[in-house]
Design a protein around this ligand. Structure first.
Ligand code: A8S
Length: 166
């Protein structure tokens, strides 16, 4: 699964990495939150609001986000490239916005954890261009920090839902 989905080809001016998070909640529950392309703010705390400008939430849909204040960006336009409900794979590309993440593409996959059906492992990898005025370290640190926050808050939400049998 890792080599299949999380080993993208990098060009010379690109960087990327993978972030992993274990969640104590069943995979179908975690997937039900992750797969909602039109509602990333359900767990992504840096997003203020989100609406679809194209599509119905399936592959090919485009969402327009606004970001909470205090970040170096206000908006982002993102396309759902792939949503596989059987293999639990979601691929999203950032195609516009007033931020520095050019040619950003992320792949999120869910896997049943070692502890049986009670645990889920989420893996999110990404690729992004390194801006001319920045370096690989800063670019990756920025993206990774946001992804880490997102996956932590996904864990918190899903574990709360699992506790309440939602
Ligand atoms: C995601 C991942 C990232 C989102 C970044 C890296 C972003 O939403 C934020 C700040 C930015 O400067 C860029 O899965 C952008 O959401 C929080 C607006 C795209």
């Amino acid at each position: 699964m890792i080599s299949l989905h999380h080993s993208p080809r990098l060009s010379a001016n690109q960087c990327g990495s993978v972030v992993t998070q274990t969640i104590q909640a069943p995979l179908p529950l975690v997937w039900s939150v992750v797969r909602q392309f039109d509602e990333p703010q359900a767990y992504k705390k840096f997003i203020k609001n989100c609406g679809l400008s194209s599509g119905d939430g399936g592959a090919g849909s485009i969402r327009e986000l606004t970001v909470v204040s205090g970040l170096p960006a206000e908006r982002s336009t993102e396309r759902l490239d792939r949503l596989d409900d059987e293999s639990h794979v979601m691929v999203v590309s950032i195609i516009g916005g007033d931020h520095k993440l050019v040619n950003y593409r992320s792949t999120t996959t869910l896997h049943e954890g070692g502890g049986g059906a009670r645990d889920t492992v989420v893996m999110e990898s990404y690729v992004v261009d390194i801006p001319a005025d920045s370096c690989e370290e800063d670019t990756c640190l920025f993206a990774e920090t946001i992804i880490r926050c997102n996956l932590k808050s996904l864990a918190k939400l899903a574990e709360k839902m699992a506790d309440h049998h939602l």
